[in-house]
Design a protein around this ligand. Structure first.
Ligand code: M6R
Length: 359
């Protein structure tokens, strides 16, 4: 039941506005965040948070690491589950172990969760499936309410994961008194704007369709960004490679000069995330360096940028997190349009399964 959409992935991108509204429902108070699932003493004695996940969910975890440290001044580390489970991590009882998973069944993430439990850590899962193995195992769970996601390439699940993690960072900021009430109120107001921020507009979709015609000839892609736009760049690159089979890499903008810039040439396309409210000047000068070395640049920004070959103009927003969500939709649509033009089945990309229950 694609309801007129060409692929489930497209339907799911368009559904993001509704599922984000569902994810927010009942969780926003005037001055605080409320999770009925959470017992307040889960955070007692906690001095560190360890986030653990795979793939897109790992990218959501990276976004959370910026938000948790910024809002709740707590030590945060992020683990790729397939690595974590086979090293000998040094774990201490004052750590809350949070796994993030759309399915709740990913083998490596599930094993990591079991390992954390065996080590006596308090555990939590952020998950989309309420009777999944991870939800049954963890001490606490928060559901993302994205609904069933059929496309192998995760879209609406990622959006709702980041939304929950943003809310959790404010919840913690309130509980630990590291965020002023006024600031929590301001961010709750931003969260309320999320469903309208991710609404797909025809004009934008049409522009991305046109761009995709040329971009499918790219020999390689860099996706670059700073701060939370760095994990978003990683996610943009993952989306493109998994459904279009084109080579794409995500990098922190400031890291290019440490090696990757050697690859710059006109056949290499750089998709540059240039938000107004996060390190604008720094990111701009990183993009200018790439442009000076003849990389073909596609900038995504609400502000003009004359050094780009193509420019996707996003809306002006009052905060970087709203810019994040709009740019997320742009990246999802761009990779989907490129993959469709290449004739690929974007719902069932080659070699991939929706849920990776074996290692
Ligand atoms: O169900 P999970 O969130 O645990 O799945 C993790 C990854 O397998 C998943 O995000 C994968 O990377 C997606 N295909 C990305 O679009």
């Amino acid at each position: 039941q694609k309801e007129g959409f060409r692929f489930f992935m497209e339907k799911e991108i368009y559904e993001q506005s509704r599922v984000l509204a569902d994810t927010l429902l009942g969780r926003l108070r005037d001055e605080s965040i409320y999770f009925e699932e959470l017992d307040n003493n889960l955070f007692e004695g906690i001095n560190e948070i360890k986030l653990c996940a795979c793939g897109t969910s790992y990218h959501a975890a990276l976004v959370a690491s910026y938000l948790f440290e910024r809002h709740s001044k707590i030590r945060v580390s992020v683990e790729i589950a397939s690595e974590f489970r086979y090293r000998e991590p040094f774990l201490t009882a004052d750590t809350l172990f949070i796994v993030i998973s759309q399915s709740g069944e990913t083998a490596d993430t599930l094993e990591s969760l079991k390992m954390a439990k065996r080590s006596g850590l308090k555990t939590m899962v952020i998950c989309n499936v309420d009777n999944s193995s991870m939800v049954r195992l963890a001490d606490a769970s928060i559901l993302t309410r994205a609904g069933i996601e059929k496309g192998v390439a995760s879209t609406k699940a990622f959006a709702t994961q980041v939304c929950v993690l943003w809310m959790l960072s404010l919840f913690l900021g309130g509980a630990r008194k590291t965020l002023a009430t006024e600031e929590i109120k301001r961010q709750i107001h931003l969260l309320r704007a999320l469903p309208s921020t991710v609404n797909v507009e025809n004009v934008l979709h049409e522009q991305l369709r046109r761009l995709s015609k040329r971009y499918l000839h790219g020999h390689g892609f860099f996706f670059i960004g700073r701060d939370v736009f760095y994990p978003l760049a990683l996610e943009g690159a993952l989306k493109l490679k998994e459904i279009s089979y084109l080579h794409a890499e995500g990098y922190p903008s400031g890291e290019m000069k440490h090696g990757p810039i050697a690859l710059a040439d006109p056949e290499l396309f750089t998709i540059a995330l240039l938000p107004q409210h996060m390190l604008y000047d720094k990111t701009k000068s990183n993009i200018e360096e790439l442009s000076a070395r003849d990389s073909t640049i596609c900038s995504i920004s609400p502000l003009d940028f004359d050094k780009a070959d193509d420019h996707i103009r996003t809306h002006l927003h009052e905060d970087y997190m709203l810019e994040f969500f709009e740019m997320m939709v742009v990246l999802q649509l761009l990779s989907m349009e490129i993959a469709i033009r290449l004739g690929n089945d974007v719902d069932m990309p080659r070699n991939l399964a929706k849920s990776v229950t074996v290692e």
